[in-house]
Ligand binder design. Sequence first.
Ligand code: PRP
Ligand code: URA
Length: 208
Amino acid sequence: MAVFEVKHPLVKHKLGLMRHKSISTKDFRELASEVARMLTYEATRDLETEPHNTHGWAGPVEVERIKGKKITIVPILRAGLGMMDGVLDLIPSVKVSVVGLYRDETTLEPVTYFSKLAGNMASRTALILDPMLATGGSLVATVDMLKEVGCTSIRGIFLVAAPEGIERLQHKHPDVDLYVAAIDERLDENGYILPGLGDAGDKIFGTR
Ligand code: PRP
Ligand code: URA
């Protein structure tokens, strides 16, 4: 398993703005989308291309196009929706596979309440979207769901990841690569990432 911490100055700057305790819903939402767009650029960097002939302005021209598995993005409800627009800016024609999970506040274990995946998942690369990788329970449950329907090519895009969540994924699904804006220090006693962003879902939806 590889974890790519995207250390681009724009990513660092925007994530820094997101950490401010009084950030508005509007700003948090916009920045989540912008950072997601940049992480997507990195997460798709190694997609294979193939030569393709097209009609150029001056005659036939050989260009390149992406080949291989089609991508489906997998936003984890609800906070993952806050990253979707930024990802769609770069790969607008992807199918969207939605899963709904929340963390039980006492056990911190994920509870699944929704799943509507694209067809023929075995032929697709899944890009999971969630701002926060904390204990890793939600991510592991999502990967379990994707593998159950035959998906074998899975990547995750997160704004902030805790070492504890990365370790859990490494143990359960070492074949899944991660693209993150920051690996933070640790979880607090309530399973929140430190220094983290706070409750990302509440900040994106303004429900705090
Ligand atoms: C948050 C976050 C992840 C999960 C991470 O969702 O968006 O899905 O917690 O925690 P974990 O790694 O310990 O599983 P939350 O349960 O708050 O739901 P929400 O997106 O509906 O707000
Ligand atoms: N979910 C969040 O929204 N934030 C955290 O720090 C952990 C889980």
